[in-house]
Design a protein around this ligand. Structure first.
Ligand code: ISL
Length: 571
């Protein structure tokens, strides 16, 4: 059942690059990135060698959640450009042999979407397109605790918002400007499928599906169990809900089934388990090609949630990745990521963004990219861009961060110092500072005032400097991407974790027939000895094919601080 060199889908050899348009490149000086800005930077992507661009939302939107709140699925927001610009972007990518994957945000719309505006009318046939519910039995609308369930939202507060006019509440798992669509309603599903076909007909090559495992809710909407605080975790009623597989199979049949296999579908799935992911990505089931799981990006969350940050234990990371590699070995497929627009920068999170920035960024890239799965690179990751290191609340823009701070202040938890430390380590704005192109003002991102501050380290950390330096993070990413393209072991080799109990060295072997790769990474700033025993023989058939230190004087059984090495052998 496992893919072979002859029948493996193209995306087993591909690397995807995520563009967050607001922060990538600004062509018109309004301080916000846009489509012409991206078009002007395609050579950077071509030089890096990526195969696919995933574009975060550029649709018409009030921008309450930076475009993840869509008011028209078939229009480009003027802040980003026009549909013609989008067509030019597709053409520009295709001309360079790259594909474009759009962000599909259909768990919810904006509250300014005409569907929701119409749905506010209780007598409209579109009332049922969203989740409207009366107050709790015997309670007056708006009374404390009258919300239909006790669920808390991802962005803080209740998932229910009262509409004063009708006296009913609507459900929003995210912000109150992101009402959840009711996928139980066939007309909703048909409208979504029609829209998806429209984009594919226009030439796009697939979709990254935002929180797609939340679209099926238990219609009974039962209360969740309160474990701390006032609001409950309702996720048992909507994470991989009762009809999720049915909906994704239906979507596949309605949208993808009659199209050639050039497409890519990846479902973003918070809370998905290995067993569920295996089903979602089993080619025989025809649901999605791969999923984004969240286990490894939760390992440093404390009991208080993501802003209650804990140091990573490398053993946890190995156990987690190891389980996903084993679970999706013979059926299904992994996607591999450190960063995206919701996560802090990996070099600051699991590496050292000071003196060993280059070494740790390249080590982290090496370990991730050589697992079995399709790697995703988030803009700036290929330069070793770091967390923002903001020191004041007024530097932040993200709704999740701002809500977190507002709620903490209302409830009176945490000093300003603690709050700043939490959001400084984990806030989503860490990934959203502008792309650092060169050492000119605002890092070459804009001629105007950027919507969020540029990272102060841009004079030394930028694309121009990295492209000119053969030993840079950028050129290391290039080498990793080229290795995936050139060596079938990277795409299709099986995976064996080594040294699962070593607290500093990450080690594994990939094997395909008589060929094999040994990957070693030192997750510490000190030298670390290693001994992989019989798992690898360092004879003259073992050659070093990639590393992040200069020179040929390689210590045999020791890794230098943050060192990564890749050995290859063939029969
Ligand atoms: O970053 C998170 C909050 O800690 C995640 O829970 C995030 O909200 C979750 O991964 C879903 O993310 C996606 O949907 C959100 C949007 O805000 C994110 O940017 C998007 O990636 C709602 O559309």
């Amino acid at each position: 059942m496992t893919f072979t060199v002859d029948d493996a889908p193209w995306w087993t050899r591909a690397v995807v690059y995520q563009v967050y348009p607001r922060s990538f490149a600004d062509s018109d000086g309004d301080g916000i990135g846009d489509l012409p800005g991206i078009i002007g930077r395609l050579d950077h992507l071509a030089e890096l060698g990526v195969d696919v661009v995933w574009l975060s939302p550029i649709y018409a939107s009030p921008q309450d959640d930076n475009g993840y709140d869509i008011s028209d699925y078939q229009a480009v927001d003027p802040v980003f450009g026009t549909l013609e610009d989008l067509d030019k972007l597709v053409a520009g990518l295709h001309a360079r042999g790259m594909k474009l994957v759009m962000d599909l945000v259909v768990n919810h719309t904006s509250d300014e979407h005409p569907w929701f505006v119409e749905s506010r009318d209780p007598s409209s046939p579109m009332r049922d397109w969203y989740w409207w519910r009366p107050p709790r039995d015997g309670m007056a609308a708006g009374a404390p605790g009258a919300e239909p369930t006790n669920w808390g939202s991802f962005f803080g507060g209740s998932v229910w918002e009262l509409d004063e006019t009708s006296g009913e509440y609507f459900l929003h798992l995210f912000s109150r400007k992101q009402p959840d669509l009711n996928w139980e309603n066939r007309a909703v599903r048909d409208a979504v499928y029609t829209m998806m076909r429209w984009w594919l007909d226009r030439g796009v090559d697939g979709f990254r599906m935002d929180v797609i495992n939340l679209i099926s809710k238990d219609p009974a909407l039962p209360d969740g169990v309160v474990t701390g605080g006032l609001l409950a975790d309702g996720s048992a009623s909507y994470v991989c809900g009762p009809r999720i597989h049915e909906f994704l199979a239906e979507m596949h049949k309605e949208v993808f089934a009659d199209r050639p296999e050039r497409l890519l579908t990846v479902g973003e799935m918070p809370g998905v388990t290995v067993e569920q992911a295996r089903d979602f990505t089993d080619p025989a089931r025809e649901e999605v090609d791969m999923v984004f799981q969240f286990e490894h990006v939760g390992l440093d969350h404390g009991p208080g949630g993501k802003f209650d940050v804990r140091p990573l234990r490398l053993l946890d990371l190995k156990a987690s990745f190891g389980r996903w590699q084993a679970g999706l070995a013979d059926v299904g497929w992994n996607s591999l990521y450190w960063d995206n627009h919701d996560q802090p920068r990996i070099v600051s999170r699991f590496g050292d963004d000071g003196a060993s920035r280059r070494e740790s960024a390249t080590m982290l890239a090496t370990v991730l990219h050589l697992h079995r799965g399709t790697p995703y690179v988030y803009q700036g990751e290929e330069l070793g861009m770091t967390n923002a290191h903001f020191t004041r609340f007024d530097q932040y823009r993200d709704i999740e961060t701002l809500n977190h701070v507002a709620i903490a202040r209302t409830v009176g938890t945490g000093s300003d110092e603690d709050l700043l430390a939490g959001i400084g380590a984990m806030g989503r704005d860490n990934a959203r500072t502008p792309m650092q192109w060169d050492d000119s003002p605002h890092a070459g991102f804009t001629t105007g005032t950027p919507w969020i501050e540029v990272n102060a380290n841009y004079p030394s950390v930028n694309a121009a400097a990295d492209r000119a330096d053969p030993g840079s993070v950028f050129h290391h990413y290039r080498a990793l991407i080229a290795l995936r393209h050139d060596d079938p072991v990277v795409g299709l080799g099986d995976f064996t974790m080594l040294l699962p109990e070593d607290e500093h060295v990450y080690a594994f072997v990939r094997r395909l027939g008589a060929d094999a790769l040994l990957v070693l990474g030192n997750f510490s700033g000190e030298p670390q000895g290693f001994d992989v025993g019989d798992a690898w023989t360092f004879d003259d058939r073992s050659t070093l094919v990639l590393g992040n230190y200069d020179g040929t004087d390689v210590p045999a059984s020791e890794l230098r601080p943050w060192e990564a090495r890749v050995y290859r052998r063939s029969a």
